[in-house]
Design a protein around this ligand. Structure first.
Ligand code: ADP
Ligand code: MG
Length: 686
């Protein structure tokens, strides 16, 4: 839909407005306002109350007040640095109106002697007299309505006063052209029947922004839908990429499955078949595999990898940390043992010579499966025929990075992402609308609920008694000293201290791992733990994601009060992976905040990551739940999943209807531009 008038209008520079010269233009730029659209999207937060008139015998120092007074007398000192003064009264008392940097002529014009005026500003008290210095408003009594009310409060800056800003924004609001509606009648009815224009105007005039007003809802809905449309477009484009179909029988994967000591869960089987369908299709796979910690995603991915390898393509698997990459590598070695699959590991710590060799073998197609960290995508790493990229625990990937990944993998490369970040139901589309989603809900049957306890730190002796007992029956313990301070030194100094402390209690049975150990050291410690040469592993949060030790069944988390619910849940997920009854002990410093108390309580009562994510969202607001910048959903300016759950649901249905009725995206082109999202779609290489 072409809406030339409104587009031109929104793109106009603010300097085209009357009253905006160079000086104001620069002040506005400081507030990141350059175009008219920037003005419209900067909504007021709250309001300044200038509605009540006060008499001069009833003033309160420090309060913003509106007064109705008569001008008595001028006092213009004509000395530099001394302000001009105008004395006014209202019968009940007197007040000085003080002007710094205002010319006499101007003051005489706005405050003629004997005239009745309305003045609004903050009350001061100086040398036993009330004053208002540089009042926000001085208007003749006839114009009192302009001042005498609740006035929207914008984020301003020195020199950009409320009065000036009001002139600008009111001008703009008065000029918004009419605009053709993009929503259907049906949708409009559901969200409250307010037009875009009236909604914008209203949100600027309202003294407070009520999430549930029809105006707010309208704009929130616009934003949600534009987000969904963009993701849907991305998906549509990527899914259009034709690739050579992968051809395989199940020989290799059956062999692998047969060797497991357990049976796959129904959800694992289902996701494996979804992935296989994508692999044999002539269109590129662009799929996310979601499942709570410990739900068994790795094995599903490896089976996918096996099938791709069997169809003579290479597979790359990227992990967020070196430890995890090593673990995946070891597991892959075991799983593919004697199956004639060539597997290599590459991380930032891989030696130069070794790297060159890997590069060479990769290019020649001698490596089937390359596992690593970000180093996988360095320059110089060139695949012979990459057929699948698997990204594990991809918390830190937003739409943009996913698009880059798809571009990078090349034409015949399928993409599988895995995430244990439980996304609240409301947000699935907003976060992953560009991908197909597979979910593992059901956990392996042998799992027991993790028992979660909390203890103040000064009761550490009780914890030690418990641990001693666990060790005596052959169980193993993670002891986590999470990073609180961003500084690296502090980060592991706490872990080292605890290691020394615990080593005294359990001589030769304690290990230590943190981010600054090198690959060999890390591997050594992890192997010691795996082979039960040590019973307690003290660690920073490096083990947060993914690490898998079925025999560890106790996790102690220090400073648990300092962490978000989802992160604690991830940490706790390091245990409870085998058949043993597991325990998580949350240690905290005394004097818990209300919020920390709530978090600990929720963790004690819930074990399901998805339910925890919902609670987390309620406690923290949605933006922080995912804990990463580029989630895409952080970009919501107006919508809020906690308050607008229903709108997300409506939009989900709406987008599906739009997808079904082809060619109807065009109608929303303007909407997408409104939210500045058009460029995301164009980043896909065609
Ligand atoms: P995550 O989904 O957190 O990545 P993993 O893939 O690391 O989980 O699996 C966690 C543990 O569960 C591993 O030790 C794995 O061998 C085991 N596991 C996976 N699938 C099953 C299953 N169907 N039954 C029992 N154990 C399983
Ligand atoms: Mg994992």
């Amino acid at each position: 839909m072409n809406q030339p008038n409104i587009k031109d209008f929104l793109n106009k520079n603010v300097s085209t407005l009357s009253g905006v010269g160079i000086k104001i233009k620069n002040l506005l730029r400081k507030k990141k306002i350059e175009k008219i659209s920037d003005l419209l999207w900067s909504f007021p937060h709250g309001s300044t109350d200038r509605s009540n008139f006060q008499t001069l015998n009833n003033l309160e120092i420090g309060k913003i007040t509106t007064i109705k007074v008569t001008v008595l007398k001028y006092n213009f000192p004509r000395l530099r640095n001394l302000p001009n003064k105008v004395i006014c009264s209202d019968g009940s008392g007197k007040i000085d109106i003080i002007f710094f940097n205002s010319k006499e002529g101007y003051i005489k014009k706005i405050l003629p002697i004997n005239s009745e005026v309305v003045i609004s500003g903050k009350i001061n008290y100086f040398k036993k007299k009330y004053q208002i210095t540089n009042p926000a408003y001085v208007v003749p009594i006839e114009k009192k309505e302009y001042v005498n009310k609740l006035i929207p409060k914008y984020s301003l800056t020195d020199g950009l006063t409320e009065k000036i800003y009001r002139k600008i924004i009111e001008q703009v609001l008065g000029k918004i052209p009419s605009i053709q509606e993009w929503h259907s009648k049906d949708i409009l009815e559901k969200i409250g029947n307010a037009s875009w224009k009236e909604s914008i105007i209203n949100l600027h005039k309202k003294e407070s922004n009520d999430y549930n007003s029809k105006y707010y809802r309208r704009l929130a809905y616009d934003e949600i839908l534009s987000n969904f449309i963009v993701l849907s477009q991305v998906r549509k484009r990527i899914k259009k990429f034709k690739k050579i179909k992968k051809i395989f029988n199940n020989d290799l994967s059956d062999q692998i499955i047969k060797n497991f000591y357990f049976k796959l869960t129904a959800d694992q089987k289902k996701t494996i078949s979804e992935i296989n369908q994508d692999l044999i299709s002539e269109y590129k796979m662009f799929r996310i595999l979601q499942g709570d910690v410990g739900s068994g995603k790795t094995i599903v991915a490896f089976i996918g990898a096996a099938n791709v390898i069997q169809s003579n393509y290479q597979v790359a698997m990227m992990s967020p940390t070196e430890i995890l990459a090593i673990q995946h590598y070891d597991l892959a070695k075991k799983i593919f043992k004697n199956l004639n699959v060539n597997i290599e590991l590459i991380t930032s710590k891989t030696k130069y010579k070794e790297k060159l060799l890997i590069q060479k073998k990769l290019k020649n197609g001698k490596i089937n499966f390359l596992i690593g960290t970000h180093s996988l995508f360095q320059k110089g790493i060139v695949f012979n025929n990459l057929g699948l990229v698997i990204i594990d625990e991809q918390h830190k990937f937003g739409v943009r990075q996913r698009i880059q990944l798809s571009n990078k993998g090349g034409k015949n490369c399928d993409i599988l992402l895995m995430s244990a970040t439980p996304i609240p139901r409301t947000l699935i589309m907003a976060v992953y609308g560009d991908m197909d989603v597979s979910r593992i809900i059901e956990k392996p049957k042998n799992r027991k609920k993790i028992i979660t306890l909390s203890k103040p730190e000064d009761k550490i002796d009780e914890v030690l008694v418990f641990i001693k007992k666990q060790i005596s029956i052959g169980n193993q313990i993670f002891w986590i000293c999470p990073l609180i301070d961003e500084s690296k030194i502090l980060n592991y100094s706490a872990a080292i201290k605890k290691f020394n402390f615990l080593s005294k209690k359990f001589p030769n049975r304690v290990g230590l791992i943190h981010g600054s150990l090198d690959k060999i050291q890390k591997k050594h410690v992890l192997n010691n733990f795996l082979n039960k040469k040590i019973d307690v592993l003290v660690s920073t949060t490096v083990i947060e994601v993914g690490i898998d030790f079925a025999n560890a069944n106790v996790i102690v988390i220090e400073n648990s009060d300092k962490f978000g619910l989802s992160q604690l849940h991830q940490l706790r997920g390091r245990v409870g992976r085998g058949v043993l009854q597991s325990t998580c002990i949350l240690l905290y410093k005394k004097n818990l905040s209300e919020n920390a108390k709530k978090r600990i309580k929720i963790l004690k009562s819930l074990n399901d990551g998805f339910l925890i994510a919902d609670e987390d969202m309620k406690l923290r607001g949605f933006g922080d739940v995912l804990g990463y910048q580029q989630s895409g959903i952080k970009n919501f300016k107006i919508a809020d999943p906690v308050h607008h759950e229903e709108l997300f649901k409506i939009a989900e249905k709406n987008i599906k209807d739009i997808e079904v009725s082809q060619n109807s995206f065009e109608k929303y082109n303007f909407l997408i531009k409104l939210f500045d999202k058009a460029n995301i779609i164009s980043e896909i290489e065609l």
